[in-house]
Design a protein around this ligand. Structure first.
Ligand SMILES: Cc1cc2nc3c(=O)[nH]c(=O)nc-3n(C[C@H](O)[C@H](O)[C@H](O)COP(=O)(O)OP(=O)(O)OC[C@H]3O[C@@H](n4cnc5c(N)ncnc54)[C@H](O)[C@@H]3O)c2cc1C
Length: 461
């Protein structure tokens, strides 16, 4: 079989699924292939940062996520039955006009993926489960990829490797994945059912000489995520009996019992960043491009935002925008991943459980890049007064795949094949920058008083 598509997405984790949803709502044809025969279990990346919630709002998935998600309950550390420390990991902040989603929410990764899959299906897309990319080559026009045992061939204009930390694609391209693997810092990670334990805390037991075990009550489920430190060289069995024994030894509790092991894995601390995010018509995104310690809950969130940055650019270039637009993906996202790596490695090393705004990803900006010379900041939500007397909310104006222009001149000069721009005349134009063009991913593209500069920007995208 030989099939053509615009974008081939390899991997249906949170990154690949976000990309697929964003491309599908732009009418871009894509195929999503996933090696695993079934959708993955595992609550793994469970913290959804405020900025990711804004992205999910735009993609139309925030309601089903918030229907199950909860803020992190207080964390309580005990030695046996004796509480020794209790605190909230995150500050509780009320929603404001500018920040409608102020709180890090807990939501199991498998459920985030399920919600994204459902949204993809609504938009007419699907994941081809049990289909692995095995080889590919590219020329100036197309990527040719082999799937499964090789008899199925896809020809795509672009390939996006969202195939995780061990990315087949990154390895095939020979892109270095520089950093460290801390073999000695391993954890056992599992989803379990537990008898005899309340769900109002994140429970942590620390037994000197034996180690730590934590149970997070997983929002929207009756399960707990279990995280246990491992001694260097320890090789846990992935069985309920091993987990029960380890838990009893570390918690020293009778009356609390693990009754079911639903999913389990070993977690090694990896801190690595790909040397490049692009090779010709192939892009790396998510864990394929950067892996972090889980501290600070940045991994999944950074991958979602890679996808959100890349999707509109792919769609625009497929619609005729200059190819150079795609170079801005690496230019914008790689420095962010480098910063996030430093942040999560720092939190991991400090063993700090307290989190603050720096993990929320609201202040990340693309300022100074070639696509944001006079902008780059995230556009906050808030009331907008329009010249015709209407009052709107900024996020309502932005929601959807279009560019948004706030300008006294509501008809920007867009080229024939230019992007869709929805223009609004604000009641009070900004003094220094009469025209503010907001990118589809919610960052200021350009703020200028010069119609020529605005037109030149639109020609780039
Ligand atoms: C065991 C474990 C525990 C974690 N715990 C946490 C945590 O506590 N907190 C946190 O924030 N983050 C955690 N993470 C990280 C978080 O899960 C990742 O950052 C997130 O899953 C990255 O999403 P992704 O879509 O980029 O990659 P992945 O979720 O890894 O998805 C990649 C997908 O690509 C598929 N694939 C791979 N190769 C091919 C191929 N050749 N062809 C087709 N498909 C392919 C894989 O089967 C997989 O489904 C954990 C990760 C793991 C593995």
């Amino acid at each position: 079989m030989n099939d053509n598509t615009d974008v081939l997405i390899v991997g249906a984790g949170p990154t690949g699924l976000t990309l697929a949803v964003d491309l599908a709502r732009r009418g871009v044809t894509c195929r999503v292939v996933e090696r695993a025969p079934e959708p993955s279990g595992g609550s793994k990346g469970k913290g959804l940062q405020p900025r990711t919630q804004e992205v999910f709002d735009d993609l139309g998935v925030i309601a089903p996520i918030l229907a199950a998600a909860t803020p992190y309950p207080p964390l309580r550390i005990r030695v046996g039955r004796v509480p020794i420390w209790q605190a909230r990991m995150h500050k509780r902040t009320a929603a404001t006009d500018a920040v409608p989603y102020p709180t890090v929410m807990m939501h199991p990764q498998w459920r985030t993926e399920a919600v994204l899959r459902e949204r993809l299906a609504e938009l007419g897309g699907k994941v081809e489960q049990g289909v692995a990319l095995t080889a590919f080559e590219q020329d100036a026009h197309m990527v040719t990829a082999r799937l499964g045992s090789g008899e199925s061939v896809v020809r795509a204009r672009y390939l996006v490797a969202a195939d995780g930390g061990r990315s087949t694609v990154r390895k095939a391209l020979g892109i270095p994945f520089t950093g460290e693997t801390r073999e000695e810092q391993r954890s056992a990670l599992a989803d379990v059912r537990v008898e005899g334990l309340g769900r109002e805390h994140i429970h942590v037991w620390a037994r000197p000489g034996k180690g730590m075990v934590a149970l997070y009550p997983m929002a929207g489920t009756d399960t707990f995520q279990l995280l246990a430190s491992l001694r260097p060289g320890a090789e846990p069995e992935q069985t309920l009996t091993w987990y029960q024994r380890m838990f009893a030894e570390r918690s020293m509790l009778r009356g609390v019992r693990l009754t079911e092991l639903l999913w389990s894995s070993l977690y090694r601390v990896n801190i690595r960043l790909a040397g490049r995010y692009r090779s010709g018509r192939v892009f790396l995104a998510g864990d394929a491009a950067h892996v972090h310690p889980p501290a600070g809950g940045q991994g999944l969130n950074t991958g979602v935002q890679d996808a959100y940055n890349l999707a509109w650019k792919l769609a625009r270039v497929l619609a005729g925008a200059p190819e150079a637009l795609l170079d801005t993906y690496e230019e914008e996202r790689r420095p962010i991943a480098a910063g996030v790596l430093g942040l999560s490695a720092g939190l991991h090393d400090k063993k700090s459980v307290k989190r603050d705004e720096e993990t929320y990803q609201l202040s990340l900006s693309y300022r100074g890049g070639s696509l944001a010379r006079s902008g780059g900041e995230r556009v906050p939500d808030g009331p907008v007064e329009l010249a015709d007397g209407r009052r709107a909310r900024m996020f309502d104006l932005l929601r959807g795949p279009h560019f948004t222009l706030l300008s006294p001149d509501p008809a920007p000069r867009v080229q024939k094949r230019g992007p869709e721009v929805r223009a609004y005349v604000p009641a009070q134009p900004r003094e220094n920058a009469r025209h503010t063009l907001i990118r589809p991913d919610g960052y200021v593209g350009i703020a200028t008083s010069s119609p020529e500069e605005l037109a030149a920007y639109l020609a780039m995208v």
